[in-house]
Design a protein around this ligand. Structure first.
Ligand code: MG
Length: 165
């Protein structure tokens, strides 16, 4: 069994689209990013890649690479899932926390879990999503930023066990 951790933060500005967990939110502010700025998916990608001992998303999808301009979180997460599978890993579970003062995540939690489970090709029971505000504290509390943290637990297929990743 392997575990990985991921963290991401993005600045929020007026008039930009806000994507969280592959869902677009109707919100006056959105993430400033080279990709679509989906903090939850970016944290999940890093948790998956980290658990598999692979380079992080900053290395895999550099913001100097035009290919990833505006890249949807869904595209990146599906790519990470494919990459870890190619290295012999299957997902036991992932779990994540979104840190945002607004919008409220709870009403969309179920749809978000279903969407992430679909992208990762696992049962929804293997995907955890939680959210918290920072009670108005700091740059997240003022709505200037959004962040997410994620963990992933992977299983290495026995046929890959002799490969020293
Ligand atoms: Mg990011």
């Amino acid at each position: 069994m392997r575990v990985g951790i991921g963290f991401d933060v993005h600045r929020l500005e007026e008039g930009l689209p806000l994507w969280i967990g592959g869902l677009r939110f109707d919100h006056p502010r959105g993430a400033v990013a080279h990709s679509d700025g989906d903090v939850l998916i970016h944290a999940l990608c890093d948790a998956l890649l980290g658990a598999a001992g692979l380079p992080d998303i900053g290395t895999r999808y550099p913001d100097t690479d035009e290919r990833w301009r505006g890249a949807r979180g869904e595209t990146l997460l599906a790519d990470c899932a494919r990459e870890i599978a190619e290295h012999g890993f299957s997902i036991r579970n992932v779990d994540a926390v979104v840190f945002a003062q607004a919008p409220r995540i709870a009403p969309h939690r179920e749809a978000m879990v279903a969407n992430l489970a679909r992208i990762l090709e696992v049962a929804p029971q293997r995907v955890g999503v939680k959210a918290t505000t920072t009670e108005g504290l700091g740059v997240i509390g003022t709505g200037e930023a959004i962040a997410a943290q994620a963990v992933a637990s992977l299983r290495l297929s026995p046929s890959f066990e002799d490969i020293d990743y």
